[in-house]
Design a protein around this ligand. Structure first.
Ligand code: FMN
Length: 390
């Protein structure tokens, strides 16, 4: 198969993964309205190319959270990413390092902070979920310091977990359901099953030693379900700012007011995100609120954005609306699921090429100070929605 775009990687991922695991990665909250809107709204924004410029010398380099990047596109934190491929987080982190872009490890990853640090020997980002048990957060921050993590990404959009119908139907919950359907599903996808024997770990690695029964996936998922902290508020940004001396990014911001408060409380940057449409169903798309957030923040720090990005054109649109960088979630997880580190490299190279070519075609030689008149809303332009998940 000739792989031309991220949707080809999604097709390959869907073929290789058991249905339950593909559903876990692909689905969104409730009726998946926000999941669809993220992608549809990106298509509502259209580009106005300027064709009278010499674009023979150009650069897509940038800076994200103080880090020089070969393109302003990082890998978002994805929990239980290790279900996609053996030692998946380490493979993804190595692909990101080779590509010169940031990798962010999730609190609820399968590989540990130390696994990634040992393998990459390079700075990476760590995403922090604060639990009711404060000792867990304190210990994770300490380990992040020891491992040379360069930025903490504090996720503020998970006071409680939303419901994802697809996961519930397939028995991905707390605890996961092991029934005949899921066993047959795994056996039918024997290439995936056999490959997973090479996984170094089989539970949420970062939680081992910190929570009771961490090696028992059933028990630890039940613990997690109880532990998401509904009291999350600006006090937690203050806490993180106090204990973390390096870059602090607050993830999950969707309103201009919240964005300003994050900076007032000491954040170095924000990540405009609706969790890839996995939390509030009916929430705004990130692309539709990005410009007003950028304007409200007024250059106080990084405004990174994610949710719905599936191409270099999507990245270009986000940057044209004022983002300093983008994160991709599913776009790289599909590559990872299809072919491990090489699959992530493929996803990044697809996005890199699309970004560079379309930047040139729009008359731009770099990604800084893109004139705003290069992008506008065109109602009806979203009608073509190629997402294969739907
Ligand atoms: C399967 C899956 C698991 C995720 N786990 C986390 C997580 O552990 N922590 C977090 O902050 N965000 C998590 N996210 C959200 C991503 O970091 C990111 O915001 C989202 O994937 C961006 O949307 P996209 O997938 O459309 O690119 C997860 C997303 C997916 C798809």
């Amino acid at each position: 198969m000739v792989i031309t775009d991220i949707y080809d990687l999604e097709r390959l991922a869907r073929k290789r993964l058991p249905k339950s695991i593909y559903t876990y990665f692909a689905n969104g909250g409730y009726e998946e309205e926000t999941l669809r809107r993220n992608i549809a709204d990106l298509r509502k924004f259209v580009l106005v190319p300027h064709v009278l410029n010499d674009v023979s010398e150009r650069s897509i380099e940038g800076t994200m959270a103080g880090m020089r990047v070969s393109m302003p596109v990082g890998l978002a934190p994805v929990g239980a990413c290790g279900l996609s491929y053996p030692n998946a987080e380490v493979e993804a982190a190595l692909a990101a390092k080779e590509a010169g872009v940031p990798f962010c490890l999730s609190t609820v990853s399968i590989a540990t902070i130390e696994d990634v640090a040992r393998a990459t020997r390079a700075p990476f980002w760590f995403q922090l979920y604060l639990m009711k048990d404060k000792k867990v957060g304190e210990a994770l921050v300490e380990r992040a310091k020891q491992a040379g993590v360069s930025a903490i990404v504090l996720s503020m959009d998970l006071h409680v977990r939303s419901q994802r119908h697809g996961e519930q139907k397939r028995g991905i919950g707390a605890p996961p359901r092991v029934d005949l359907t899921n066993i047959v599903d795994a056996l039918v996808h024997f290439r995936w099953l056999l490959s997973m024997v090479r996984s170094k770990r089989r539970t949420f690695g970062n939680l081992i030693g910190l929570v009771p029964h961490a090696k028992n996936v059933g028990k630890v998922t039940e613990w997690l379900e109880e532990q998401f902290d509904p009291t999350l508020s600006t006090k937690d940004i203050d806490w993180a700012r106090n204990v973390w001396p390096h870059k602090l990014l607050v993830k999950g911001v969707l309103s201009a007011d919240d964005a300003k408060q994050c900076f007032d409380h000491g954040a170095d940057g924000i990540i405009v995100s609706n969790h890839g449409g996995r939390q509030v169903d009916g929430a705004v798309s990130t692309v539709s609120v990005l410009a007003e957030i950028v304007d409200a923040v007024g250059g106080r720090g990084d405004v990174i954005v994610d949710s719905g990005i599936r191409s270099g054109v999507d990245v270009l649109k986000m940057l044209a609306l004022g983002a300093t960088g983008c994160l991709i979630g599913r776009a790289y997880v599909y590559g990872l699921s299809a072919n491990g580190r090489e699959g992530v490299q493929k996803a990044l190279s697809i996005i890199r090429k699309e970004l560079d070519q379309n930047m040139a075609l729009c008359g731009l030689t770099n990604l800084k100070n893109i004139p705003r008149d290069i992008i506008r809303v065109q109602e009806g332009a979203e009608l073509r929605n190629p997402a294969i998940h739907f």
